[in-house]
Ligand binder design. Structure first.
Ligand code: COA
Length: 182
């Protein structure tokens, strides 16, 4: 079990019983507006929590004082592995937006990645319309380094045509960690 602590949060591997807190926000369409999947039901949340508890790619973010899971962060190495590059992503419960918890959790994970895993680079992608997401990346001192036109699609029209969306790419390098820590 990996477990990290920040001022207000505990960041740890998923455990199967996290499904209840996961359901509280993954059942909301608005939260998943920019994700490939739509609102999830109880069974899907049970499955997600169980699957995620078996690996290290998804981190549950727990509010220390309430022992409540308030969101999760995806942190996964991408190929080629010798480039030591990870991708970060995040989804939080809207009840807890606006407190800096997502920033604190991602910062803790970046520190763990750069200081303990000795990684080289972290990237993140988001739809330019998802302002809360790229503002978070900028709070983390990540640099906007690309604007991909029609990068991907998650949905299709009734006629089967892809609904392409643009994407910003942000990144932070090992040597930028000090800037971001200050
Ligand atoms: C992306 C997401 C995690 C951002 O949530 P958030 O609450 O805006 O981010 P934080 O928890 O870091 O909080 C930052 C806000 O809290 C405020 N804040 C309060 N105390 C703070 C503190 N101690 N530190 C930092 N910010 C603080 C900031 O000013 C900011 O508010 P503002 O946006 O009005 O300026 C959230 O919108 C989300 O889960 N969206 C749905 C899923 C999603 O789209 N994921 C990304 C896919 S690419």
């Amino acid at each position: 079990m990996i477990k990290k602590e920040t001022d207000r949060l505990i960041i740890r591997n998923f455990i199967p019983s996290d499904w209840k807190d996961l359901y509280e926000y993954l059942s909301l369409d608005d939260v998943l507006k920019y994700e490939p999947v739509g609102a999830c039901d109880v069974e899907e949340c049970r499955r997600f929590a169980l699957e995620r508890s078996k690996g290290n790619n998804f981190w549950a973010v727990i509010l220390r004082d309430e022992e409540k899971m308030i969101g999760h962060v995806y942190f996964n190495q991408i190929e080629p592995y010798e480039f030591m590059t990870w991708e970060i992503g995040y989804i939080f419960n809207p009840k807890f937006y606006g407190n800096g918890y997502a920033t604190e959790a991602c910062r803790g994970i970046l520190q763990y990645g750069f200081n303990e895993l000795k990684i080289h680079r972290v990237i993140a992608l988001c739809n330019p319309e998802n302002i809360a997401s790229w503002r978070l990346m900028e709070r983390l001192n990540m640099r906007r380094e690309a604007y991909h036109k029609k990068k991907a699609f998650f949905h299709k029209t009734e006629e089967g045509e892809p609904l392409w969306h643009d994407a910003y790419q942000y990144a932070i390098l090992e040597e930028e960690l000090n800037d971001f820590s200050s």
